[in-house]
Design a protein around this ligand. Structure first.
Ligand SMILES: CC(C)(COP(=O)(O)OP(=O)(O)OC[C@H]1O[C@@H](n2cnc3c(N)ncnc32)[C@H](O[C@H]2O[C@H](COP(=O)(O)OP(=O)(O)OP(=O)(O)O)[C@@H](O)[C@H]2O)[C@@H]1O)[C@@H](O)C(=O)NCCC(=O)NCCS
Ligand SMILES: Nc1ncnc2[nH]cnc12
Length: 285
């Protein structure tokens, strides 16, 4: 007879949601070949990022995602108190990310999108995106208002960025990423191709503020039309689609146009897909 019970204690809901969020970030980073983004092949259009840094950054965010889910369970309703709690935790998450990456911004947009979704999943599992939108619509009184890249291109081009995407209930995820993921799977594309197709579907319409900041409207048009061309050619699983994808990769790298916002929204798509398939929230949608 053993003196100790060596069985690991069961994971809490907050633990599980944080695991799923980090898994989604790692799956996004590993997915290859993504146009102009960091993946298993290389650094895409980036000089200061690499796959190891993306992984380390994702893992460093686990405590922030867990704390956000715990705050949702503790506070128990959408309101300023929860919005400001997750704002503070999100800012601490950004600090943890920057400490891990030596100051490189790997996942700012992902902390925002996945943080809202994890919080909403803990609070209202039957309407995650809507609950996340209600949280995003609340104004956090303690949020600094820096002239971020997103704010600069909003001024310059009137583009809707990460904040509006969340406030609208993540249309890029619900109307493009998830349906494409499911369609491509149903058509037998294979999991990696289905995920690439989901990313491309997001890219077809997104006003990605990273692309706008780095490559202006020309870069954004190249991203959107190039992504559509891959899907029109049969998607990532087809030979012609693969050729178009290679051309898009080359073109975006030449323009220095990295679709970092689309990558974050692919991670959000993978998170919602996993929540639903995992069944941890039982009928999450
Ligand atoms: C509300 C915030 C999201 C702030 O938004 P804002 O637009 O003001 O700020 P940005 O700093 O520009 O960050 C937005 C990031 O969101 C991603 N993104 C871009 N477009 C979209 C879109 N249309 N929809 C959704 N998401 C989008 C994108 O993140 C990725 O790109 C990052 C790299 O981008 P960038 O900083 O521009 O870096 P580079 O171009 O590579 O820089 P250089 O190398 O050239 O110098 C990368 O991190 C990806 O994640 C945008 O960057 C929100 O952040 C906020 O208010 N946070 C405060 C904390 C909080 O309240 N949290 C709530 C708890 S969940
Ligand atoms: N794979 C990736 N490459 C570059 N920027 C990103 N931001 C989020 N994911 C990214």
């Amino acid at each position: 007879m053993h003196a100790f019970n060596l069985q690991a204690p069961p994971l809490s809901l907050a633990d599980r949601l944080a695991d799923l969020a980090v898994d989604a970030l790692i799956d996004e980073a590993d997915l290859s070949p993504k146009p102009a983004l960091v993946d298993r092949r290389g650094n895409g259009a980036h000089t200061d990022l690499h796959l190891g840094l993306m992984h380390a950054s994702a893992l460093a965010l686990w405590p922030a995602f867990k704390e956000m889910a715990e705050a949702a369970l503790e506070i128990g309703e959408v309101g300023l108190s929860l919005r400001e709690a997750i704002g503070r935790i999100g800012r601490e998450g950004e600090q943890a990310m920057l400490a891990t990456t030596n100051g490189v911004n790997t996942h700012r947009g992902a902390i925002w999108a996945l943080g809202l979704l994890v919080t909403a999943a803990a609070l209202q599992p039957n309407s995650i995106a809507l609950c996340a939108a209600r949280l995003a619509l609340l104004d956090d009184r303690y949020a600094p208002k820096p002239l971020s890249h997103g704010a600069q291109v909003a001024q310059r081009y009137g583009a809707r960025g990460a904040r509006e995407e969340a406030q609208l209930g993540f249309p890029s995820v619900l109307l493009r990423g998830l349906p494409q993921l499911q369609n491509s799977r149903a058509n037998g594309a294979g999991e990696q191709n289905a995920r690439l197709d989901a990313l491309l579907a997001i890219m077809t319409e997104l006003a990605d503020t990273c692309v706008l900041y780095r490559a202006g409207e020309q870069g954004l048009r190249a991203m959107q039309s190039g992504a559509q061309a891959v899907l029109d050619a049969g998607g990532s699983a087809s030979l012609t689609g693969r050729r178009r994808l290679h051309e898009l990769d080359q073109q975006l790298i030449a323009l220095n146009a990295s679709p970092g916002g689309a990558a974050d929204l692919l991670a959000a798509t993978l998170l919602l897909d996993r929540i639903e398939r995992d069944g941890i929230l039982q009928g999450a949608f």
